[in-house]
Design a protein around this ligand. Structure first.
Ligand SMILES: NC(=O)c1ccc[n+]([C@@H]2O[C@H](COP(=O)([O-])OP(=O)(O)OC[C@H]3O[C@@H](n4cnc5c(N)ncnc54)[C@H](OP(=O)(O)O)[C@@H]3O)[C@@H](O)[C@H]2O)c1
Length: 317
């Protein structure tokens, strides 16, 4: 089968496209013929060698995809051949076929097609745990989201708006700012300049920060007893934080990794159903994904890495 792989860590130039052996499933796995693969910022960190990646020779990136089950293991009872499933935490996804543990395969409701599922799976499940397990905001509370028109940002902001939270955020371009406003966000500030930060200091219950280099700014934006929900470094590593300084203002930083919130079939089912229900009710609308052929994976990495994308980047085998 064809796959996108790399032999050493580095820039997008390390990515190669070629033939590798097709996976052989175990009795608890299903074999998925992949329709769409979700590209994520974590794949960039993995390619650079700065984030956990499953051992394999050569390395095969990617943990998120949607496809049709073409074979099931002898002990699999939850799924059937021919069903379309989503997975968000399965390694070696940058390939035509992926072996998926039955408990990691998520069934899709009729109204969610495979391209939409691949566009919202990992980022949507992330938005779900950030909002419902970490942020836990009450209706009427004010929150701030950095990178509000990125993939997680678009879903998280609309999820919170639907939950009656007052959402504010930052985005770099006029196009991204307009997009967030069209999603019911109250006000969007330019992310590449900071003159507005002073006027908003201490105004928010929670700042959701997946940009990372903005951590100090997010801490300034929250009120005493407020919290920063820190979940990524798309814009660069955060500064080191002094816990004593946090304590003196009763501010907290909460963090989380999606995989710790997807530890069983039941948890995947509960989270995916809650996520899909926002879409079924028409409460979340996302931009069209940018689709690259898997063979053009290098260009897709460069597109995501430079922050040019609005919404999801997909790879199609
Ligand atoms: N903790 C978890 O479990 C988890 C799971 C999934 C994702 N994440 C993290 O969530 C963050 C957002 O992920 P995503 O999939 O939504 O990515 P994305 O679609 O690429 O969005 C990231 C946003 O970050 C902003 N940004 C600011 N400075 C940037 C820079 N120097 N380069 C690139 N982007 C920059 C961009 O918005 P502007 O151009 O408007 O500033 C961009 O829209 C990432 O840090 C990712 O690692 C964490």
């Amino acid at each position: 089968m064809k796959a996108l792989y790399f032999e050493k860590f580095g820039g997008s130039e390390v990515l190669q496209y070629g033939e590798i052996p097709q996976p052989v499933i175990t009795e608890s796995e299903v074999l998925v013929k992949v329709d769409y693969i979700g590209l994520n910022f974590a794949d960039i960190y993995r390619r650079r060698g700065t984030y956990h990646i499953e051992k394999h020779e050569p390395y095969i990136n990617g943990y998120e995809g949607v496809g049709v089950i073409v074979e099931i293991g002898a002990k699999v009872t939850r799924q059937q051949v021919g069903e379309t499933v989503l997975f968000v935490d399965v390694p070696f996804a940058n390939a035509e076929y992926v072996a998926v543990q039955s408990e990691q395969a998520i069934q899709l409701p009729i109204e969610i097609d495979s391209q939409l599922a691949a566009s919202i799976g990992l980022q949507g499940m992330t938005a779900d745990f950030l909002a419902h397990d970490l942020g836990k905001n009450s209706p009427g509370e004010k929150v701030f989201i950095t990178g509000i028109s990125g993939g997680v940002g678009q879903i998280l902001s609309q999820m919170l708006v639907a939950d009656e939270i007052e959402v504010y955020g930052s985005a770099s371009s006029a196009e991204k700012q307009a997009l967030a406003l069209s999603h019911g966000v109250k006000q969007v500030y330019p992310s590449r300049e900071t003159s507005w930060v002073k006027t908003l200091e201490g105004k928010f219950a929670t700042a959701y920060d997946g940009v990372g280099s903005t951590l100090q700014q997010s801490l300034a934006l929250i009120q005493h007893r407020g919290k920063v929900v820190f979940f990524g470094m798309a814009g660069g590593d955060p500064v080191k934080i002094d816990p004593v300084a946090l304590m003196s203002e009763s501010k907290s930083i909460l963090t989380g990794d999606l995989w710790d919130y997807l530890t069983s079939y039941e948890e995947r089912k509960k989270r995916s159903e809650r996520l899909f229900s926002y879409f079924s009710k028409g409460q979340i609308d996302i931009s069209e994904p940018s689709v690259f052929s898997l063979a053009d994976g290098r260009q897709a990495h460069e597109f995501l890495e430079t922050g040019k994308s609005i919404g999801k980047v997909l790879l199609k085998p």
